[in-house]
Design a protein around this ligand. Structure first.
Ligand code: NAI
Ligand code: MG
Length: 396
């Protein structure tokens, strides 16, 4: 095995502990790597006025692979108030460093798998016929376009004249908003490009083919959002017909999908969507397989890739003397990293270990025990973050 260098980006709050424990799991599984730590997050915002320092960008440029914990974000004004006094009034404006990473390295393909672990007490159950209870097995992989759409950042309140004139050239704008004073308008755009849309669609189809999924579902709203959603679905039809005839193409609307996901989640395979709908539908499916303690993700670009749990820094648990949070979402994200760099066998080994800890049911973090998250959960029998990692390591 070639020895790798991984950029470890612990970030803030519980990001630090879940990353540390995950690296222990990786090492115990036999993954050979050096870890260089990249500075990112709130501490660097406060000290330097930049939560994503250039030196961190340079590290990722050099080593290409990042393992990211989580960061703390706050609204603009709250962020400004916490800046070091020497940096006040110097024009620093806070923006999320993980969004910044996705934009800087064009990490446009986000993959969020949601898979049921047998024996997880957090698995979704539903009523079957009569008084029976069913526990459908979810095996869904969401492909979310990660850089464009509603999160592309092209937005205005009280838009500049040029924009306003452009909008006025649209008959629908004139009809619906033509009488609204300009300074009462807020506008967030939803821009899709052909290039990025094709990349996310192809990534979804290729994944379905490689891992034997029957269907790819485009989850948008093409009947209403005709231009962007419409373009995505039309391109999906072409790609499917030309290059993936063996895979079924399904089309669902995001709203209906959120209803169906509790009715028949086992029917879906690969799902692909734009940025915001992908965010929504992936949180929906994550809720069926255990929630934030289990939700992992990959952000893939052409050069650089960053792997992260979808949860945040959970500040209220950050300073507990013994950490109580579930490290599995982070460990699973590291498994996605292993898949990506050609270490799929190691990834499978770790997933098997996680599966067997869950199935056995002896070691469970507080979320798996359905406790409210408080420092006393350990006394009440919940496993700590470290104990969960130890249990996984023992199975390895
Ligand atoms: P959060 O994901 O940090 O926490 C929400 C709640 O989910 C926690 O209070 C806890 O009950 C539970 N939870 C989260 N991770 C868990 C784990 N590993 N095990 C068990 N339970 C877990 O979201 P919240 O509270 O909305 O945001 C906190 C901070 O994190 C904010 O500053 C927010 O901006 C930031 N954030 C950062 C993200 C990132 O780094 N990618 C993503 C989401 C939020
Ligand atoms: Mg989200």
């Amino acid at each position: 095995m070639q020895k790798r260098t991984i950029v470890a980006l612990p970030g803030d709050g519980i990001g630090r502990v879940v990353l540390e424990e995950t690296i222990r799991v990786l090492e115990s599984a036999g993954f050979k790597a050096d870890y260089v730590e990249g500075d990112i997050g709130w501490e660097f915002w406060k000290k330097e006025g930049n939560p994503l320092p250039d030196r961190t960008i340079a590290l990722l440029e050099k080593h290409k692979i990042g393992l990211f914990g989580a960061i703390t974000s706050k609204p603009k004004d709250a962020a400004a108030a916490e800046l070091d006094p020497s940096l006040h009034d110097k024009g620093f404006i806070y923006s999320s460093p993980i969004v910044g990473l996705r934009q800087h390295f064009n990490l446009d393909i986000c993959i969020r798998p949601c898979r049921t672990y047998k024996g997880n007490p957090l698995n979704f159950i539903r009523r079957g016929a009569g008084s029976s209870i069913e526990e459908p097995e979810v095996d869904v992989v969401i492909f979310r376009q990660n850089t464009e759409g509603l999160y592309g950042g092209v937005e205005w309140s009280n838009p500049p004249d040029l924009v306003y004139q452009g909008l006025k050239s649209h008959p629908k704008f004139m009809k619906n908003f033509g009488q609204v004073p300009k300074d009462e308008l807020s506008i967030s755009t939803r821009i899709f490009t052909k290039r990025a849309t094709e990349r996310i669609l192809r990534a979804a189809f290729e994944y379905a083919k490689k891992y034997g999924y029957r269907s790819v579902t485009v989850c948008e709203k093409p009947n209403v959002i005709r231009e962007t959603s419409g373009m995505m679905y039309k391109m999906a039809q072409e790609i499917q017909a030309n290059d993936f005839p063996g895979i079924e193409l399904w089309n669902t609307n995001i709203d209906a999908q959120m209803m169906w996901l509790t009715k028949n989640p086992e029917n879906y395979g690969v799902i692909v969507a734009g940025n915001m709908f992908g965010d929504i539908v992936s949180d929906g499916f994550a809720g069926l397989i255990g929630g934030l303690g289990f939700a992992c993700s990959a952000n893939l670009g052409e050069e650089v890739s960053v792997f992260e749990p979808t949860h945040g820094s959970a500040p209220k648990y950050a300073d507990y003397p013994v950490s109580i949070v579930n490290p599995i979402a982070m460990t699973e994200s590291a498994c996605m990293m292993l898949d990506h760099i050609g270490e799929a066998a190691l990834a499978q080994k770790i997933r098997k270990a996680i599966a067997s800890v869950i199935q056995e049911g002896k070691v469970r973090t507080y979320d798996m025990m359905k406790m409210a998250g408080r420092a006393d959960v350990i006394e009440k029998g919940a496993a700590s973050t470290r104990e969960m990692a130890d249990a996984i390591i023992a199975k390895l």
